[in-house]
Design a protein. Structure first.
Length: 256
């Protein structure tokens, strides 16, 4: 018989065993192993990328225009203030922002020709946390023209932390609904976790904190002192309720 002899495996009863395609199975196993390896590598890359992305970018500012730019946008940021900033128009905060400093101030402009009488910061959503920052209203320099607050909380949450001071925002002679430190409007939540609110005045109510219908205020720690609401003693038509906290309506919440 010509040709090469073939090795044939027999069963115990002498029958030829069926031929198996071991090469095909080996190829399939290699493909599966390669796919699993690629999957593991991709998962590792994704995990590394997630850990490499910071929880929130940290930026440093020293001018009004820089601060105004960084407070806008909905991304999370920690903003470090490195110099005193003079406010000439309302700063708008949205998204998640942490505003921190080593004692620098955000001050109302009181210069002749550049005096500003509106709110220093307006929170329109998200959350703003103040840590070690001083917000200053310029004292009585406004001469009765003041209509804004240090912080106008139109929505979202404002948190005050240790080292934060809100002071010297005074309205005592003009029949406008301004002055005072923080106004919490409907949908806003103020959390006092430290810091100090002091030496502010208004004519309507709540020289330190005014809570409107639908707003909430929680005080866990901190100091509220030397705030005054002059009301009817100075300005006709304003009730002057609450030198420290004024909570309007039945569906608002203040927890101290």
């Amino acid at each position: 018989m010509n040709g090469k002899a073939k090795n044939i495996s027999l069963t115990k009863d002498g029958r030829a065993m069926p031929k198996r395609n071991y090469q095909k199975k080996a190829d399939v196993s290699c493909v599966i192993f390669s796919l699993l390896r690629i999957t593991v590598i991709l998962l590792g890359v994704l995990i590394w990328m997630a850990s490499a992305v910071p929880a929130g970018a940290k930026v440093r500012v020293s001018t009004f225009s820089e601060l105004s730019k960084e407070l806008k946008g909905k991304e999370k940021k920690t903003i470090v203030i490195e110099d005193d900033i003079i406010v000439t128009k309302t700063l708008t905060s949205q998204g998640t922002k942490i505003l921190t400093s080593n004692g620098c101030s955000i001050k109302r402009s009181t210069s002749d020709g550049k005096a500003f009488y509106g709110s220093l910061i307006k929170v329109v959503g998200g959350s703003l946390s103040l840590r070690g920052v001083s917000l200053q209203g310029g004292g009585a320099v406004a001469k009765g023209k003041l209509y804004g607050y240090l912080v106008d909380l139109a929505g979202g949450q404002l948190s005050l932390r240790d080292g934060t001071v809100l002071k010297n925002n005074k309205n005592s002679s003009k029949a406008t609904d301004g002055g005072g430190a923080v106004r919490v409007r409907s949908g806003g939540t103020l959390v006092l976790n430290g810091g100090k609110i002091t030496n502010n005045s208004s004519v309507a109510g709540g020289a330190a904190i005014r809570v409107d219908r639908g707003g909430s205020f929680y005080m866990k720690s901190g100091t509220i002192s030397d705030n005054i609401c002059v009301g009817r003693s100075r300005v006709s038509g304003f009730e002057g309720r609450g030198g420290a906290i004024c909570n309007y309506g039945t569906d608002r919440k203040s927890v101290v």
